[in-house]
Design a protein. Structure first.
Length: 201
């Protein structure tokens, strides 16, 4: 496993601990994700959309330029966030959106889900910040992309506060899938450590 998948442990004074997922966390992470797709997205499990939820180790822990972060509270996983190295695919996404964000050079933020009892505490913003730091450190990415379902309470205003709209499918003929596509600014590359100056002899 590449060391680029490891994020620092961030322990807040509020008791929440944000860190890179380990294999032992995958059951808890999967529970948060499945609860979201059933409760909020109301799609239920759809294999072509949600295979990464069933096998997050293959999707996120093994590839070097992908990652899965979790937030733990009192021993329980209560939030997730991930990066995968593929852009939106078309169809069903509009072809021009897929062309703008090609796989391989696009970091897609996904599965940024927070359990209902832990929302509105800044966890999603913490996850986005750490995921963007990961993208900067991973190298090779030229864009950060995500999409969201505006039917999820709070999702659309949250992303509009952080990202730029690329395409609102509700404005397309027929409404498309009804989702909104966004791009986040690329973070600056992580600076290399500056060696100390040589002392004059």
């Amino acid at each position: 496993m590449s060391t680029t998948t490891v994020a620092p442990v961030r322990a807040g004074t509020d008791g929440y601990v944000l860190r890179t997922a380990t294999p032992a966390d995958l059951g808890g992470a999967r529970a948060v994700m499945l609860d979201t797709v059933y409760r909020d997205l109301r799609s239920g499990y759809v294999p072509r959309w949600h295979a990464d939820i069933i096998d997050p180790e293959t999707a996120y822990l093994r590839p070097g330029r992908c990652t899965l972060l979790v937030v733990e509270f009192d021993g329980e996983i209560v939030a997730t966030g991930a990066v995968r190295d593929r852009g939106p695919q078309a169809p069903p996404n509009p072809q021009w959106v897929a062309d703008r964000f090609p796989s391989g050079t696009t970091a897609q933020l996904c599965r940024i889900y927070v359990a209902p009892g832990h929302r509105r505490r800044g966890l999603a913003r913490r996850l986005v910040r750490e995921l963007c730091d990961f993208v900067a450190a991973a190298g090779g990415y030229e864009a950060i992309y995500l999409h969201t379902d505006p039917a999820v309470p709070g999702a659309e205003p949250f992303w509009r506060s952080l990202a730029d709209e690329v395409c609102d499918e509700r404005a397309l003929p027929g409404g498309g899938q009804g989702i909104v596509h966004f791009a986040l600014p690329m973070p600056m590359p992580m600076p290399m450590p500056v060696p100390p100056p040589l002392l004059a002899r």
